[in-house]
Design a protein around this ligand. Structure first.
Ligand code: FES
Length: 107
């Protein structure tokens, strides 16, 4: 699946990740800066915060309870519609492509 990360600098990283991989894991594994993933993907750190581009929002599963709580603890402001935790977004299975904007800070 194709994942596009738009950095605040204007730089863009485009990577390919196998189905079943979380957006956080894909970024960390492939060296995309701007995503930390401190808790390892358990929705407990909020250092994998991303703003999902509108075109892809409908393809995502609803925000889980833990995710919702952590999204209130992000370093950068939460966006009501676009903020998600990268570790809770899995590519593949109906999500072959996604584009996200990175926040200016994760800590
Ligand atoms: Fe910790 Fe996503 S990696 S909340």
């Amino acid at each position: 699946a194709k994942i596009t990360f738009h950095h605040t600098s204007g730089h863009t990283d485009v990577i390919d990740a196998p189905p079943g991989t979380s957006l956080m894991r894909a970024a960390v594994t492939q060296g995309v800066p701007g995503i930390i993933g401190e808790c390892g993907g358990q929705a407990m750190c909020a250092t994998c915060h991303v703003y999902v581009r509108e075109a892809y929002l409908d393809a995502l599963p609803p925000i889980g309870e833990d995710e919702d709580e952590m999204l209130d603890c992000t370093a950068a402001d939460r966006d009501d519609t676009r903020s998600r935790l990268g570790c809770q977004i899995q590519v593949g299975d109906g999500l072959d492509e996604i584009e996200v904007d990175l926040p200016n800070s994760q800590v």
